[in-house]
Design a protein around this ligand. Structure first.
Ligand code: ATP
Ligand code: MG
Length: 245
């Protein structure tokens, strides 16, 4: 087994990286894939709550990267579904780690999973470069507003410059009018600004907030749930039409 390692990233914060990372992990696992989520947002972790493991968390990724424990000790299986595990970020904001050990850790773990999803911190920095080195693909999470779009373009160029040229856009929190997504030219503008292919469009859905705060995943009874499931299916290589309505 050799995992596809995918970063879930954004220039601007608060656009939905954690929510989408948890949702994709869930739907990939439901498709029978073995999934590990690595949270790299030092000091600001939340995926442990979203994935229902926070009560059991003893060790985190900084314990592994500083040699305080074996990787297996910091991997927690999510009660939400089979095949889904996570390694939480540290709660210490100023935690330091070795880039070399991070590379070795990801390469080592890739033999045990089909997918490793890594949530990056928003913006730039050493951690982002370290994650870039191990990833096959970047999902750029963008909301359809000028600030998020411009930040995504800068981030996309930055990833290109560091050798990660395989990138896809996920447009999140798209407003709906009478149940229909507000689309063109809105979404075209995002693609034309960021200049990368689109892999999914997720509507603004208040249930996303409720579900994740309660350690549940958004279900496919909601369009947002279907949209995330469709991205998961595309990541497995399945052709799923991009129905934007
Ligand atoms: N499609 C959506 N519809 C409605 N709310 C959403 C949607 N996606 C995410 N949210 C909400 O937006 C907020 C920010 O989401 P989230 O924490 O996933 O973003 P983030 O990019 O990981 O943030 P950070 O940069 O702080 O890590 C949360 O309250 C989340 O529930
Ligand atoms: Mg986050």
């Amino acid at each position: 087994m050799k995992a596809k390692i995918i970063m879930i990233t954004s220039g601007k914060g608060g656009v939905g990286k954690s929510s989408i990372c948890a949702g994709l992990g869930y739907y990939l696992a439901r498709l029978g894939k073995k999934v590990l989520i690595l949270e790299m947002d030092s000091g600001l972790r939340c995926l442990d709550i979203m994935l229902g493991v926070s009560e059991r968390t003893v060790h985190d990724i900084s314990d592994v990267l500083c040699g305080r424990c074996e990787p297996i000790k910091a991997i927690y299986s999510s009660p939400i579904t089979d095949n889904l595990s996570m390694m939480p970020a540290t709660l210490r904001p100023d935690s330091n780690y070795s880039s070399k050990l991070f590379y070795k850790l990801c390469k080592g773990l890739s033999h045990y999973y089909d997918f490793i999803l890594i949530e990056t911190p928003a913006g730039f920095g050493r951690t982002l470069i370290d994650i870039t080195r191990v990833c096959d693909l970047a999902l750029l999470i963008v909301t359809p507003d000028p600030i998020s779009m411009r930040d995504a373009k800068i981030l996309s160029d930055y990833l290109d410059a560091h050798g990660l040229t395989r990138q896809r856009i996920v447009i999140n929190k798209v407003k709906t009018t009478r149940g229909r997504l507000e689309v063109l030219p809105h979404l075209d503008v995002v693609i034309d600004t960021v200049l990368e292919p689109l892999i999914g469009v997720i509507p603004y859905e208040p249930e996303m907030v409720r579900a994740l705060a309660q350690g549940r995943m958004i279900s496919t009874r909601y369009t947002a749930g279907v949209a995330i499931q469709n991205i998961a299916r595309r990541l497995t290589g399945e052709f799923v039409e991009l129905a934007v309505e």
